[in-house]
Design a protein around this ligand. Structure first.
Ligand SMILES: NC(=O)c1ccc[n+]([C@@H]2O[C@H](COP(=O)([O-])OP(=O)(O)OC[C@H]3O[C@@H](n4cnc5c(N)ncnc54)[C@H](O)[C@@H]3O)[C@@H](O)[C@H]2O)c1
Length: 267
């Protein structure tokens, strides 16, 4: 008889954790892992179908899950979603911000010289402002539970790329926001921790590509230069995010943890 895998730890039993970007990629893997560890997960995304698909899987496994529509580009939507979350969960143990955008007008590349500021407002709204507004509106609920905020930036925060300079700037801004929010919220018993992933195979890089396999191959080639010589699986990034949100990280706040396969060390 094959021995079965041990059950996952239940670090989030009795806790409620909201995850933005939960319909896809790293957010979906994080929400699934949180649910497997006993959390009541709130799936926040603009993609309702993606959230409902995950919700069905979580419920089938006996987990607790709710879906909230959220468009981080709209201050009105963020305000309404935050109000709905806080009304349903006046004590919130975690808020994980995985939602992010790299595309502008269907392209991941927005070269500074050729396209100037195209996409600046949208990328900053989705990647930075929306998350900051969400945290601000949920401070009372997070404070009530002694909660944790996890931001998701990127190794791109520390790079210089002419083609993705705006995306990279949003991720650098998140590193800064993480430090500042941690300072603002420490007195409220709320930790704020960043996770900066390296290249990870998700829909982010494959959507809108006429040839997804070629896109995947380009990513694999780019990741070959990190110390581990490969891309991450979304679950490997989720493991770090869930750790940061757990009591195992009780003395970590105001910093961003690199989960990059040694990408920074290799440069
Ligand atoms: N995949 C990588 O290589 C990689 C590397 C470093 C950092 N990251 C970061 O990790 C996070 C997750 O990325 P991913 O690869 O899982 O991407 P993904 O595209 O698979 O998922 C992103 C999710 O964000 C949601 N989203 C986008 N715009 C939104 C909006 N306006 N309002 C609400 N939800 C919105 C999408 O619907 C989607 O579910 C992002 O912040 C990304 O920048 C990714």
């Amino acid at each position: 008889m094959t021995p079965s895998a041990p059950p996952p730890p239940q670090r989030f039993s009795g806790r409620t954790v909201a995850v933005t970007g939960a319909a896809s990629g790293i957010g979906r893997a994080s929400a699934a892992r949180l649910a497997a560890e006993g959390a009541h997960v709130l799936l926040l995304d603009r993609d309702r179908d993606g959230c409902e698909a995950l919700a069905e899987t979580v419920r089938a496994a006996g987990g607790r899950v709710d879906v909230f529509l959220l468009d981080l580009a709209s201050e009105t939507s963020v305000g309404e979603t935050a109000a709905a979350v806080a009304a349903a969960h006046p004590a919130l143990h975690g808020l994980v911000g995985c939602a992010g955008l790299v595309h502008v007008d269907g392209s991941q590349e927005n070269p500074f010289l050729e396209r100037g500021l195209a996409g600046w407002d949208l990328l900053f709204a989705v990647n930075v402002r929306g998350m900051a507004q969400l945290v601000h509106e949920l401070v009372p609920a997070l404070t009530a539970a002694g909660g944790v905020v996890v931001t998701v930036s990127s190794e791109a925060a520390y790079r210089s790329r002419a083609g993705r300079w705006i995306y990279d700037a949003t991720k650098a801004a998140l590193v800064s926001v993480t430090r500042s929010m941690a300072a603002a919220l420490a007195g409220h018993g709320v930790r704020v921790v960043g996770v900066a992933p390296g290249g990870t195979i998700t829909e982010m890089h494959l959507q809108d590509h006429a040839d997804p396999e070629a896109a995947r191959e380009r990513m694999r080639a780019a990741a070959a230069s990190n110390l581990l010589g490969r891309l991450a699986e979304p679950e490997e990034i989720a493991a770090a995010i869930v750790f940061a949100a757990s009591d195992d990280a009780s003395f970590i706040t105001g910093t961003t943890i690199a989960v990059d396969g040694g990408g920074a060390a290799s440069r």
